[in-house]
Write a new protein. Structure first.
Length: 279
């Protein structure tokens, strides 16, 4: 297996005991033009890593909030190549913050795995989590990623067996994403005691950082999760915050870049509150 991605390794090394903060946003929402600016704003607000969702028409792991964001992004013409362009634009001003894609196999298969990896390496992508690529079936793709120093990242869930944990541990690089709830993104109530117990089991097998996501919606839940995890991943609440800001701006008669600016400001302000409780 090739060496891990340098930017991701450096990001975790810089934490000095703090928990990494990883916001998830859907590329192309609130608009394609706004996405690089939103990424920069989230970094200024305290993000250590940016998780960028690649819009897909059948997002089986995503709840209604992220599905709505994907639908808006697709309606505005956002596909995989456009998302790669957004990373290239972001990299013009930020060559430090890691960027990780989260998405599905279909757009990658349409583009071609090697063509995707080549393009991703060119623009400075650091990791990718493909929801429907199981660890047992991505040997060739993982090899391509490794040669490009792009880390394959995997989900583990409350239902994951220790056999699954071992399989993930063999191929995962960068970090592992523990889904703290059964179901889709944005659902349910978070049981942080159960999360801590599950992470103890996962760490018997997984020796890289473990981030926790799904169900983190406020500073208190983020703080509790940070006590047992290496990273806190937050998506649905950020998107909801931007939706509310856009609706309020539109009610004032604003549109286009003005509503984008309101969404970016709202997202960054909310994330800064999370960063404050994580230290």
């Amino acid at each position: 297996m090739n060496a891990s991605n340098e930017r991701l390794q450096a990001a975790f090394a810089r934490l000095s005991g703090r928990t990494a903060l990883i916001p998830y946003i859907t590329a192309g929402d609130p608009s394609p033009d706004a996405t690089p600016a939103l990424m920069h704003a989230l970094v200024r607000a305290g993000a250590d890593i940016i998780e960028l969702g690649v819009p897909f028409s059948d997002p089986m792991a995503d709840g209604p909030v992220i599905q709505r964001a994907a639908e808006r992004a697709i309606a505005r013409g956002t596909g995989l190549r456009q998302v790669l362009d957004m990373v290239a634009e972001f990299r013009r001003k930020d060559d430090t913050t890691p960027v990780v894609f989260m998405g599905y196999a279909n757009p990658i298969e349409r583009m071609g795995q090697q063509a995707f990896v080549d393009a991703a390496h060119q623009v400075g992508l650091d990791g990718i989590l493909v929801v429907d690529y199981p660890p047992e079936e991505i040997t060739d793709f993982a090899s391509m990623l490794g040669q490009a120093r792009i880390d394959p990242i995997f989900l583990l869930a409350p239902t994951s067996t220790e056999k699954r944990m071992k399989a993930v541990a063999e191929v995962a690089r960068g970090y592992v994403y523990y889904v703290s709830l059964k179901g889709v993104t944005g659902a349910g109530n978070l049981d942080t005691d159960d999360v801590a117990r599950r992470l103890d089991i996962i760490r018997r097998h997984v020796k890289i950082p473990v981030g926790v996501g799904f169900g983190i919606r406020d500073p208190e839940s983020a703080r509790k999760v940070s006590e047992c995890s290496d990273a806190v991943v937050i998506g649905s609440k950020i998107i909801e915050t931007m939706e509310a800001a856009v609706q309020a701006a539109q009610a004032e008669g604003l549109s286009g870049p003005d509503t984008d600016a309101r969404a970016i400001e709202a997202a960054a302000s909310w994330l800064a509150g999370i960063r404050a409780v994580l230290g």
